[in-house]
Design a binder for this molecule. Sequence first.
Ligand code: ZN
Length: 124
Amino acid sequence: MPKLFDRLNIKKEKDIKTLSDFIFIFCRENHPGETKSIFPIKDGRLLKVLGNESPVLCSDCQKLLSHGIAKLLLCSLDPKPMCKKCETHCYAPGYREKIREVMKFSGLYLVKHGRLDLMAHYLF
Ligand SMILES: [Zn+2]
């Protein structure tokens, strides 16, 4: 989906990085027994957004991350509002509840671990 990646901009890049970081923490802390693999990224720009490091995730979390990235890229609102303040609920049912759980868990995790700097881009 090369066209989709043309929609990348600074704001979306930050949001994608945050999304990836938060899902990575959630998966690491909550799914230790799952079989995990590196999230496949074919687009070089996207990989760069993630600091040239693709997260290692279980299959459920990989699905959630690809859904989230696709939704971020498809978001036509410019500037994109914070998802939790947005009136367009673009996540598919099931994914929306899941991503809120992830954001809440990883947000608290970062606060507990003194990483308030990473909280600056709290999305959901
Ligand atoms: Zn997981």
